[in-house]
Design a protein around this ligand. Structure first.
Ligand code: NAD
Ligand code: LMR
Length: 338
């Protein structure tokens, strides 16, 4: 069963977003800090008391973002690095968050971003391997189902891959699931934890509504619509932005929330459990060696990968649709590096 208390902590919005329990602080880098996600994410990380130092890098505009964010009256220091200063940006960094890359336009799938984003993510991962090989890497850039294997394979090639330190950020799927379910059952999203497993694109996003306290409150067509909305929430934003990009603000929120969860784990806080896309044994026997399920975060990063728990027949059908697509996405990422 799920650790509901821990999930509830992660479910709660801004009041608990930056909760901290220990004194150790950390240097965090944002690669892609000048972008739609990078800018608000940098601001939210500046406001996280667990971040000692922020290193903001982009091929465009990072020094300006850093100058701006650095005026916020929290203790952390902020430095901005231009295109030719990637190695300097990564020096001494313990956590690297990567939102670098192009976003979708209407009519595109996340996989359509592969051709542009695969090499961006590979090159950034190679730099991390060279400069800060023991950093924890949080991958936001799409398609996450492929970019995470790209990062892992790049680190592997460099001889520094530790599966406890590479994460695909799937928190936005959890945030959406909690918000959408709470809206339906008129509950507080902070008290409506939802586990979402699988990957991060359409059918690979599998919400496990049956494991929530509201399982019986949503059924039939309402359930079907809820699942579709969680799976295709990204498309909703892409369509509404009408060519101007995809989710940035809610993603920055989700990225800051996951970063804070990791930092709390690194600080030794117990019971920090949240879904994230990691190298996982859960479906490895089917050739799927990356999967998002509830993961306990600790001083070394991934402490424990929890099983997905009991699922209904409907959820099993969702999983059956998820697995082949996920397998192909993972293989494509690995093949790119090979
Ligand atoms: P954006 O275009 O607004 O910003 C991307 C930034 O990356 C730009 O500032 C660009 O200069 C920078 N960049 C490009 N190449 C770079 C490189 N080699 N090194 C450093 N920086 C580089 O896009 P965005 O809206 O911020 O989205 C970024 C990515 O995040 C997209 O791939 C998008 O699909 C993805 N995304 C993921 C999730 C998720 O849930 N994981 C959610 C939303 C968006
Ligand atoms: C999202 O879920 O919002 C992101 O993956 C961006 C997108 O392309 O939908």
């Amino acid at each position: 069963m799920l650790a509901h208390t821990a999930l509830r902590n992660l479910a709660s919005p801004s009041a608990r977003l930056f909760s901290s329990s220990a004194a150790r602080q950390t240097k965090v880098a944002v690669l892609g800090a000048g972008g739609g996600i990078g800018q608000p994410l940098s601001l939210l990380l500046k406001n996280d008391p667990l971040v000692t130092s922020l290193s903001l890098y982009d091929i465009r505009g990072a020094p300006g973002v850093a100058a701006d964010v650095s005026h916020v009256d929290t203790a952390s220091e902020v430095n901005g690095y231009p295109a030719d200063k990637l190695d300097q940006a990564l020096e001494g960094v313990e956590v690297v968050v990567i939102p670098a890359g192009v976003p979708r336009k209407p009519g595109m799938t996340r996989d359509d971003l592969f051709n542009t984003n695969a090499s961006i993510v590979r090159d950034l991962a190679a730099a991390v391997a060279r400069v800060s090989p023991s950093a924890h890497i949080l991958v936001i850039s799409n398609p996450v189902n492929s970019t995470v294997p790209i990062v892992a394979s790049t680190l592997e090639k460099a001889g520094v891959f530790d599966p406890r330190r590479v994460f695909g950020v799937t928190t936005l799927d959890v945030v959406r699931a909690q918000r959408f379910l709470a809206g339906l059952v008129e509950s507080d999203p902070a008290k409506t934890p939802v586990t979402v497993v699988g990957g991060h694109s359409g059918a690979t996003i599998v919400p496990l509504i049956s494991q929530t306290a509201y399982a019986k409150a949503v059924s039939g067509e309402v359930y079907e619509k809820l699942v579709k909305r969680i799976q295709f929430g990204g498309d909703e934003v892409v369509k509404a932005k009408d060519g101007a990009g995809s989710a940035t603000l809610s993603m920055a929120y989700a990225g800051a929330k996951f970063t804070n969860a990791l930092l709390r784990g690194l600080n030794g806080e117990k019971g920090v459990i949240t879904p994230t896309f990691v190298k996982s044994p859960l479906f490895a026997d089917q050739g799927i060696d990356f999967f998002s399920s509830p993961v306990e975060l600790g001083p070394n990063g991934v402490e424990k990968i929890h099983p997905i728990g009991p699922v209904t027949a409907e959820e099993q059908t969702l999983l059956d649709a998820c697995l082949p697509e996920l397998k192909a996405n993972i293989a494509k990422g690995k093949q790119f590096v090979a």
